[in-house]
Design a protein around this ligand. Structure first.
Ligand SMILES: [Zn+2]
Ligand SMILES: [Zn+2]
Length: 222
């Protein structure tokens, strides 16, 4: 089920720990940030019915990184272009199943990435845009996305409400993850929409939250 958290910004947060899926309805593009895990496909279809948007209307899927728990339902969106940072996107287009952790997510197909993203790139959705922030650490091509003008940060598996991503999967690097979390301190976000689990609302709380997570990640990885 989707919740409309801000006008035209919807969150699908499965209660089975699978990947979150966010929908942004711009004037130019109907975009998703990740598409959840394959085993949530039924719930996702139901969610689209509830908000009155068909999967065919989605024009763009932007991936926070190339793990199978985030692209599991891509096949549902037959008209969508698929975007990913070039570092992860090249591994996906090369068919690297180990990189994508496909062994943990049976029946998931590798997507075909249509175009690669770079740090600081801006994606125009019509009336709203997403700014790409390269945040390696969980994977080499992990990104966060800042939605303007709402100042929502989509943080993928870099930062969660109750922690941060693991760094022991292919191309993961703990010290890079700490650097990436520090980089997010320079990003003025008000709301956190992570790749798994609940969202975090409230600016004041976010600044403190990020500081706490940097401390925890420093103790874990440095
Ligand atoms: Zn991941
Ligand atoms: Zn994940």
């Amino acid at each position: 089920m989707f919740s409309e958290i801000f006008p035209n910004i919807f969150a699908f947060i499965p209660n089975n720990g699978g990947g979150n899926c966010f929908l942004i309805k711009g004037k130019k593009e109907i975009a998703l940030v990740d598409s959840s895990t394959r085993d949530n496909v039924g719930k996702l279809i139901f969610g689209f019915e509830q908000i009155g948007i068909t999967p065919e209307e989605v024009t763009l899927i932007i991936h926070t990184h190339g793990h199978a728990d985030h692209f599991g339902c891509d096949a549902l969106f037959s008209n969508a272009k698929i975007a990913m940072h070039e570092k992860d996107g090249k591994s996906i287009n090369a068919g690297n199943e180990d990189f994508a952790c496909l062994q943990f997510f049976p029946e998931t197909e590798l997507p075909k990435v249509s175009f690669f993203l770079r740090d600081k790139q801006e994606i125009d959705l019509g009336g709203m845009f997403l700014k790409v922030i390269h945040c390696p650490g969980h994977t080499g091509g992990s990104i966060c996305l800042l939605l303007e003008p709402n100042k929502v940060l989509f943080s993928g598996d870099c930062l969660f409400v109750d922690g941060f991503g693991r760094a022991d999967l292919p191309s993961g690097k703990g010290p890079k993850l700490v650097e990436s979390l520090k980089k997010l301190q320079k990003t003025p976000f008000k709301v956190l929409f992570p790749g798994h689990g609940p969202v975090l609302l409230g600016e004041e709380k976010n600044g403190m939250h990020l500081k706490k997570m940097i401390k925890m990640a420093t103790n874990t990885f440095l």
